[in-house]
Every structure is written in C-alpha cells, then in structure tokens.
Design a protein around this ligand. Structure first.
Ligand code: SF4
Length: 340
C-alpha cells in the first residue's frame, strides 16, 4: 500500500487524518488485502479509494497446497505482469515460516536452481516484498486462523543485490507499529555477497544470516554458485569471521547435496576445514538439503549417502540438520521457485 498516496488523498479531500491509522491497522494488524475488507471505512469512501489505490500490489495468480498441507506456494502477479513465488512452510506445529522473493529471477545463475536459469528481470520494491507477507498472512488467517511466525529471505533472487529494498522490508516487518516480528525471527540467505554481509552485520545484527555455500573449493563453487568468481571463498571466509566477531551470532550454512558433485567424504572434510578457518564449529548450523528436482543435470543422493555426509559433519563437531523437503510436490522446495 502506498501510504504517502493515501495520506495525500485524505488531505486533498479534507478527510480526517485518523482514516490513515484505520487503514494502516486494517492492513498491518488485520491483513486486509482489498478495500472491501476495510469495513471501518464508509462504503462510498472505499469505492473512491479503490478507483485509484490498491491495498496490496500483488494479484494471486495461483495458490498450490502440498498434499500434506504443510506447504503453500503462491504465484503472485506484479503490476508489470511478472510472476514471483512465495512459499509458506509449516516447519513446527502451528509455526509458519514465510519464504519471500526479493527479485524477479536472479542474477547469480546457479545451474542447479530453477530461478537462476531465468536470469534477472528486475528487483522487487520494498512494498512488493512486504506485500508477499501481507497476502500470505491474509491467506493463513482466513484458511487456518493462524499467523506467520518467521520470515526467510530465501525465495527468488539474491537479497543483497537488492539490499536497500530488503532492508526497508525488514524494517517494516520488525517495526512494532507495523508487523512487529522480532529481528531474530528474520533470516536472510545470501549466496555469498561479501559487501552485503558486511553491511547486514552493522544494520541488522539481531537477524539471522544464512549462507548458500554448496561447495568449499573455489573451482567447484565457481561452477555451482557463480557469484564465487566475484567473491571467492577467501573473501567470504574473512567476511564471515568478521560477521561472527561483530554479532556473536551463529551462521546457518545451506548446503544442497548433489550426488557425485559435492557429497563425497573428502568434500565433507574440506567443508569442515573451511568452516573451521572461519570460526569454531559452535558458530555454525549446517542445513543439508538433498537436491530437489528442477529439470537440470543434477541428481539427489540416496538417503544413505545423505546420512553418511551428515554423520561426518557431526563427527567434525558441527550441528547438522537434514532439511525435510516440504512442498516438493508443489515445486516450492529450495531451488525450485521459477515464477512459471
Ligand atoms: S540458488 Fe539462490 S542465488 Fe543461486 S540462482 Fe537460485 S536464487 Fe539465485
């Protein structure tokens, strides 16, 4: 919602300023997504507002619910016709996390990722990021009477290539007068954008940082995460060491396991020594994500091999989780968002 435009409209038409607060509360507290839902306003005023101002900038093109009901993928159409995807994940009983997109497509072009294969179309605005939250929160309220408890910036796009908009969206999400989430309930996942990590440490030291690592040797990482050519592992290690020193916070390491590519015993050993070169193991949680189908040449490892890799990392002293793949049947799992 463009609140500046609403404020100007109210002033130009001699309408009381409290209307602004009423609309703000309806949008941020009650998750209204259309003027019809803001019944605190008189109907004629709602009609006039609807003629020139949208409550939510996104149109829901599609809503897909996974068979188990633990993941909901939304395809949202933007004003210019582009489509982005947002996923609600029920990770714990009654706890919903929202995975939001920050760009249309992604410039990093990881070859295993459906989003990356599209390249970058454009950045999302702060409103377009926050509106994903508001639309998903409205859905959750209406269909299950539940709320979103955390937000993960891990959908389409590299968040730190759209830093200013992401920062503004985080401020709106954590502002007690707006969405009121705690900073610790916000996680931003980067593919290793070093200047972004450094800025994030200063701006949002209480938010969580996740790194999509996927390889701990430059040669392989250059292929799997092409941003590594610009910010190689040595620079990333330094930025993470400084991040941990400044924030004293644990870093989440995302590692998509691709069979025969990055899941050997020696690669587990290299991952351990690279992480140890950054900081002590207690500063990391390693999330192993068995590869999800995206139509590329990669394959998921057998369950046994995932177990072996996880076991090795635990032996090396790290906390490890193997991500259960929620939403695979709605193509809402990691690396599968493509805005088709
Ligand atoms: S994995 Fe992340 S950084 Fe890589 S192309 Fe996909 S969205 Fe971009």
């Amino acid at each position: 919602m463009d609140f500046k435009k609403l404020s100007a409209f109210l002033e130009e038409n001699g309408l009381p300023a409290f209307r602004l607060k009423q609309v703000r509360d309806a949008v941020y507290k009650n998750f209204a997504v259309s003027w019809d839902e803001i019944t605190v306003l008189p109907a004629p005023l709602r009609e006039r507002l609807a003629a020139g101002l949208r409550v939510n900038s996104l149109d829901t093109a599609e809503t897909l619910v996974s068979k188990k009901g633990d993941a909901v993928k939304f395809a949202f159409r933007l004003k210019d016709g582009h489509v982005i995807e947002t996923v609600l994940l029920n990770l714990l009983p009654e706890k919903w996390s929202l995975c939001v997109s920050t760009q249309v497509g992604c410039p990093v072009r990881c070859p295993f990722c459906a989003t990356g294969r599209k390249g970058l179309k454009r950045n999302l605005s702060p409103d377009e990021i926050v509106d994903q939250f508001l639309a998903a929160a409205s859905y959750l309220k209406k269909t299950r009477g539940q709320k979103i408890s955390s937000v993960i910036f891990m959908g389409m796009g590299e968040p730190f290539y759209n830093y200013e908009a992401v920062g503004e969206a985080i401020r709106a999400m954590t502002d007690p007068d707006l969405l009121g989430l705690g900073q610790r309930h916000i996680s931003v996942s980067t593919s290793g954008h070093v200047p972004g990590i450094r800025k994030f440490a200063k701006d949002f030291p209480q938010c969580n940082l996740a790194i999509s690592l996927h390889a701990s040797e430059d040669k392989l990482r250059n292929e799997l995460v092409p941003l590594n050519v610009t910010y190689p592992l040595s620079q990333l290690a330094k930025a993470l060491t400084d991040y941990i020193f400044m924030t004293k916070r644990r870093v989440f390491v995302e590692y998509v396991l691709m069979d025969g590519v990055n899941n050997s015993r020696s690669q587990a050993a290299k991952l351990s020594s690279w992480l140890r070169s950054v900081a002590a193991p207690k500063y990391f949680t390693i999330n192993l994500i068995p590869y999800n189908r995206t139509g590329g040449p990669f394959k998921a490892p057998a369950k046994e091999r995932v177990k072996v890799f996880a076991g090795l990392m635990e032996e090396y002293g790290f906390e490890v989780t193997v991500r259960k793949s929620l939403g695979d049947d709605v193509a809402g799992a990691c690396g599968q968002l493509a805005g088709k």
